[in-house]
Every structure is written in C-alpha cells, then in structure tokens.
Design a protein around this ligand. Structure first.
Ligand code: ADP
Ligand code: ZN
Ligand code: ZN
Length: 747
C-alpha cells in the first residue's frame, strides 16, 4: 500500500472534533509516517498550525482528493503511539465512551522531558550491629523518626531519599543529624530518575509455605497454556498473598518478561515497597500520583527501553509500555479506586483482562473480600479460584463483638458509644494499647432511619434507600419515586425516625470529654487536604503518638499497626443504606477488612461492630469472616433484583447548567430508546435526578440501561451517542453526556 492519505485526530477535547480529518501525506514523509505518530497540520479556514495524531493510513482518499490539505511535518520528539496503544485507546473509547482523544490521553503519558535534576540516595555507613546499638540508645519518643530511618536501613544498605521522606516521614533535618552522627551518607546523583530503588537485597527470601507454594504451582501450570485464565486468590489478610505475587513475578522476570503490580495508592505502604525493593532491587519502579509529568514520562521511557522489570502503581500503571508483559497483578482487587472517575471511566480489572489476553499474560487478582464481579466469574469458571485460608505463622483472627444499638437505646444509652465499646476502650487506655474507631461515611447522603427499630425508608420500586432532600421530601435517585418523610416510624411507631447525623468531629469531641487525658488523632477529608497529611497522621499513629485514631473508612485500608488491639465501627450499617445497589457489598467488605486489622501483632485483637441491624447478613458474615456465606446470599439478591454482576448496568449521565435541559434531554433519549427495535434485551430505567442533583451549578440527571449481554449495552451506548449528536444540532442550552459502564457507586 502506498501511504498517500492519513486520518488525523486533532489534539483538542471538543466532542465535535472527535473524528479524524483526512490529509494528504507529502512524498517526503511517506517512508517514515506510521499510525500513532504526532504530526503538525494546517487546520480550519486560517490554516492555523495544529498538532494531531495519525489514526489511520490509506492509499485511497475518502474525500475529494483535490481539496485535501497536506501534513506539514512529523513531530519527531513525540512519543510514537504504537499500534497496540492506539488499539487499546480505541477499545477504551468503545467500551466506556468519551472521545478518542480522551482515550488516547488516558493511555499516553504527557510528553515532557525532565529538566536535569538531582537525585539523592541514602547509604548506610555502619555495620548492622552498630546501628542496632544506636537505636537502643535513642529515646523512642523524642527520636522516633531517626529510629524509623535506622530500622529501615537494617533491611537495606541504601534507600531512595524520596521514599524515606514520603513513606517514612523522615525530614531533611533528621537526615542531616543522622549524617552528622556518621551513620548514613547521602549521595547526590545528577540526571533525575524517578523513584529508583538503589536497594541491595536486605533479608533473603525464606521460602513459601506449602499452601502458598501450591497456589504458585497451579497458577504456573495455567500460565503454560496459550491463553492463561485469570486467577483469583481469595486469601485472608496476612495469608501471604504478597509472597505469592512476588514468587510468580520472580519466575516471569527470569524469563525476561515484565510485571505490572496494581496496589491502591492508599494501601501502598513503606513495608510493601521495601519487600519488593529488597527482593528485586533496582529493576522495580513506582508510579504514584505525585510524580510530575516529566517523571511519569521518564518511567514510560525506562519501561520501553527495557530498564525495568516491575512497575508498582495505581490503575494508570496498566498503561506502562512494557515490551513483553508476563503478568499483571491486582491486589485488593475489590477496591473502588480501580475505577476511573474521569472519562473514559474504565475499570482496571477489565482493562487488565484485555491487555493480558492481548499479550498472553497471566492476570492475578487478590483480595480477602473479592468483588462480587470477580467471584461470580470464578464461580462461572471464567476465572480460576485459589484460596489461602490461614494467616502465615498462625497469627490469630480477632474476636468480634456485634452490638445492637437499638438495645442500647432501649436501656437508656443515647450516646454514640455502646457499653461494650466503652469498656474495651477504657481497658486499652489502661494497658497502653491503641484503638481505631471509624465511621463509615460512604454514601451517607441523608437516608432516614429509625433509631428504635432500625427501619430504613426505601424505594418501593428499586429496593435502595430514599434520600432526604432539602424540602423534606424523600426521593429515589434511580427511578425518581418521591414521598414525604414519615414523622413516626411506619414499622414500630417510634418518633426516633430521622436522618442519621454523626461525624468524625463529633466522635472526637465526645472522646475528649470522656477521656480527657487520651491522645486522639483524627483522619478524615478535613484533616487530609494534602496528600502528605495522610501519611503524616498514619506514621504519627504508628509511632505511638496517639492512643486512639478516629476517622472515616479510609483508616481501614491496608495498614498494619501492631499495637492496635481494638477496632470499633461506630455506625457500621450507615453504608448499608447508601442509595446504591453496592451498599451491602461495600459494608461487608469494609467490616471484614476492618476486622482483619485488629491484633496483627503478637497480641490478639478485638473488634466492636455497632449496628442497628445486627441480624443483617452483611454484618453477621463480616463478624464471622465468612466470605462465601456472604457471597451466596448477596448474589441471590443481585439475581433477584437483576443487578450486576448477573447483568451489566450503564449509567448515562447528563450534565447541564440549565435547570431543565439535562432532564429533557434524558427524557428525549429515554423515549427514543424505548421505541427502538435494536434495543431488544436492553431495559431503560429512569431518567431521574442524580443522587447529587446539582454540583458546582451543574444539574445532573441519570438514565440507566441494563442488559444481560455486554455487547448489546455497548451498542445501546453507541445509539445514545448518535441521538446526542443529533440533539446537539438543535438550538438550546448545552447538555454534556458521560457514560459509566458498570459503575462502582451511585451517580
Ligand atoms: P497478605 O498480602 O495476604 O496480606 P502478606 O504477604 O503481607 O499477606 O503476609 C503477611 C505477613 O506474613 C508478612 O509480614 C509476610 O512477610 C509474612 N509471610 C507471609 N508468607 C511468608 C513466608 N512464606 N515466609 C516468611 N514470611 C511470610
Ligand atoms: Zn422504628
Ligand atoms: Zn426507585
């Protein structure tokens, strides 16, 4: 084929431009040009120079050849989109909606060279025994940071300064002191390489347990097949999933292939990083949200050039252009942070499945509480299921107490703290052990419940809780059902029926009144405005600077505090009433994970779950740590109500600054869809005002499509796109549209 014509996408994110324009390829560029290249082209009436991406090349013109303009030049410095990446972008766009440009921006790094910069490495300058001796001499309260530093250096000869500062919360001043003391040396390297690990193996690998080895062996067996099946490891916290991942990775790396490891950023602790660095050294790199564009770009380059074997990061690490991916690991696979909140609203699990199938790589998912989606697939045989049922080294599971808050009220206790929690908390304070208390605030946008019997007002059509609006009405945000807020409980006649109001601040104040001498730390959205705040609070708590950590559900995620022997869920069932069909699943996951946090050290832990519905299966099974029992009940509900994973669900989100335009557009789309023959097998629900009906002066309306067959839903999405395109031609206020395929939360 002679490369005479190119379709070019212009690099601007306006939907209308989301189609390729055709250009002539000048003779001089025909040899070199390839799909995915960035080019400069004349555009519009004034022939302004613009950047674009080549998305197709042909020897025939689709338009009048004479009227086509010519490509001006190829932008050499640009990252060339390889065919694979372009296909991935096209796949993302088709599956999740949005424009080709936004899909391409998702998979491509921003092109930015790093300004020459310096990079610091901390080297240990003393023998381990000397360092150990020095640690013993330091006052553990006053010099906690220095002790943290020295202890880390017992496990590795050298560490990247950035990691020490960020993850260990060791300040520059502390490093200076340590240098003066002669225990460390700080080396400065020019040419910035983003968080490179200059670690030499610390502790040698001690070998897997028999149960871990069996999982590894069986997954390896599967990997020898031409199309390896994704593996799901359901392993309780502390059962050694990370060890299994590392062993599988070691095998892949030995074959000259690369590994991608996804870990929710919030759960990526220093301990986890150290384990990878200690085992794999310099060929591991970490992506995180604080990297600059230049640093990120540099990582992509290193990966492409074969300088890396393993990348650890959040969902975007999937787009690292490794030459030959051998394995993709998704740890804590149930976490909702694996779903992008920006268009295209992709889910890392689905994208990883696509990439793994494309490259013949193994996908491994791990969790103590797998998502219903994954477990469902394992049940159906699409995934292969593995179990790790015991904690490594026989560490104890905690004792769980479920407290019925209705009973507390009946017996005259109107506070947030049950008598059991008060008793155990007091005990911890006496013993000098730590406690964590959390409120589950997920989706607590004003549901109405009875404190006397636990009754929650729900939609008669959708079985999700109704949301209280400012005018006092209760509404369902799926179907729009509206009713008055009852004054007395329809179930038990009590007058204690109202919106539930409890915040972390209230809890903190209450604690300070009850225990004036206790040291309390609070972690919630208010106290973690900056990313560093988060790590700062956690390390202060880890250092024993507080007796009690109060927070939202964010304190539960993947942290080990050996001195924590009590975990309390203040209002465990709040999330149960989120107006969202995931409510039960999220509640179970959170409580089961929280229970797994207590007593990970040598001491046994206790957990208190305070609830108004102690009989609810999400609470019962979380307390029993029985995932399978929970799953079988929840999947029964999903089957009955026809919610994912037994079908697919697509939210069509309409946004407009006009109060009515979004709603009428949604109604128009719904009406058209309902009359269409092509929509057979696709159910149209709504439209209704979104859970957050107005945000930053933008009105939000949701329309919901449901189908058993994903392909039908993708086709329906394309029909909606066409209707939207036509509707936009008509005059009137602008309505923006986004898609959310199989959402992880309410809109
Ligand atoms: P998970 O990822 O399932 O929570 P980890 O892999 O973090 O579990 O293991 C929990 C703890 O047990 C860690 O401290 C880990 O170092 C230790 N551990 C697990 N397996 C082994 C093993 N085979 N040899 C030595 N220590 C292990
Ligand atoms: Zn009641
Ligand atoms: Zn409803």
């Amino acid at each position: 084929m002679e490369k005479k014509f190119a379709s070019v996408i212009i690099d601007i994110a306006i939907e209308k431009l989301d189609r390729p324009f055709e250009y002539r390829i000048p003779e001089a560029l025909r040899q070199e040009i390839a799909e995915g290249m960035e080019v400069t082209i004349p555009f519009g009436m004034a022939n302004k120079e613009r950047k674009g991406y080549v998305v197709g090349i042909s020897d025939k013109a689709a338009f009048d050849e004479q009227r086509l303009k010519e490509i001006l030049r190829i932008n050499q410095k640009a990252v060339s989109l390889e065919g694979k990446t372009l296909q991935l972008a096209a796949w993302l766009r088709r599956y999740y909606g949005g424009t080709m440009i936004t899909a391409m921006r998702t998979v491509l790094p921003v092109k930015k060279k790093i300004k020459e910069s310096t990079y610091h490495t901390i080297h240990r300058q003393a023998e381990a025994e000397q360092l150990q001796e020095q640690i013993g001499k330091l006052n553990p309260v006053r010099f906690a940071a220095r002790i943290r530093l020295y202890e880390a250096l017992l496990g590795a000869d050298s560490l990247p300064e950035q990691m020490v500062k960020e993850k260990l919360q060791v300040s520059a001043a502390v490093l200076k002191t340590a240098e003066k003391e002669g225990f460390i040396r700080i080396e400065t390297t020019r040419q910035y390489r983003a968080p490179k690990a200059a670690v030499r193996a610390g502790h040698p690998f001690s070998g897997l347990s028999a149960a871990q080895q069996e999982v590894v062996d069986r997954i390896r067996q599967g990997m020898r097949q031409p199309e390896p099946k994704p593996a799901l490891i359901r392993g309780i916290t502390g059962s050694g999933k990370t060890e299994v991942y590392m062993e599988l990775i070691a095998g892949v790396v030995a074959e000259g292939k690369q590994a991608i490891v996804l870990i929710p950023e919030i759960a990526l602790t220093f301990q986890t990083l150290m384990r990878f660095y200690a085992r794999f050294g310099e060929r591991v790199s970490v992506l995180h949200s604080r990297l600059s564009d230049g640093e990120r770009y540099d990582q992509y380059e290193r990966a492409k050039n074969g300088e890396l074997d393993i990348i650890i990061g959040p969902r975007s690490a999937l787009f690292i252009p490794f030459p030959q991916i051998g394995i993709i690991i998704i740890d804590e696979e149930h976490e909702t942070s694996y779903k992008s909140e920006k268009v295209p609203k992709y889910h890392a699990r689905e994208v990883a499945e696509y990439i793994a199938a494309r490259d013949g790589a193994q996908l491994v998912l791990g969790s103590a509480t797998p998502s219903l989606e994954s477990y469902y697939r394992a049940e159906k045989g699409t995934y292969q299921l593995f179990r790790l049922n015991d904690r490594f080294g026989g560490a104890q599971l905690p004792q769980v107490h479920v407290v019925d808050m209705r009973q507390e009220l009946k017996e005259g206790n109107r506070s947030f703290f049950s008598r059991k929690l008060t008793e155990l908390l007091t005990e911890r304070l006496y013993r000098g052990e730590q406690s964590m208390l959390f409120i589950n605030r997920r989706g607590i946008a004003g549901f109405v419940s009875c404190r006397s019997c636990g009754y929650v007002v729900k939609c008669p059509h959708c079985d999700v809780s109704l949301t209280q609006h400012k005018d006092g009405s209760l509404r369902c945000h799926y179907c729009g059902h509206t009713q008055k807020t009852p004054k007395i409980c329809p179930e038990c006649g009590s007058k204690y029926i109202a919106g539930f109001k409890a915040g972390t601040e209230r809890i903190e104040e209450d604690l300070k009144q009850r225990y004036p001498s206790a040291r309390v730390l609070r972690m919630d959205a208010d106290t973690t405005k900056n990313k560093e705040d988060y790590e700062h609070i956690l390390s202060a708590f880890a250092d024993g600077e507080a007796d009690i950590l109060v927070g939202t559900q964010m304190i539960v995620k993947g942290h080990d505090f050996p001195n924590v022997t009590l975990v309390g869920a203040i209002a465990a069932d709040m999330s149960l009433h989120a107006s969202d069909y995931h409510a039960t699943e999220r509640t179970f996951q959170l409580l089961a994970q929280a229970a797994g946090r207590a007593g990970r050290g040598s001491r046994a832990g206790e957990v208190v779950i305070q609830t108004y519905v102690p009989e609810h299966y999400s609470i019962v099974q979380a307390a029993a740590q029985d995932y399978e029992a929970f799953y079988s009940q929840e999947i029964g509900f999903r089957e009955l109500a026809e919610y994912p994973p037994v079908c697919h669900f697509l939210t069509v989100q309409f946004y407009s600054s006009d109060a009515n335009a979004g709603k009428s557009r949604a109604e128009l789309v719904a009406e058209k869809l309902r009359g269409m023959r092509e929509m057979k097998g696709v159910e149209v629900i709504g439209p209704a005002e979104a859970l957050i009906g107005k945000l930053k002066d933008i009105y939000r309306t949701g329309l919901y499509l449901r189908a058993k067959d994903l392909e039908r839903l993708i086709e329906a999405k394309e029909i909606v796109e066409t209707i939207q395109e036509e509707a936009r031609q008509a005059p009137g206020p602008d309505v923006m549209l986004q898609f959310d395929m199989d959402p992880v939360g309410a809109f």
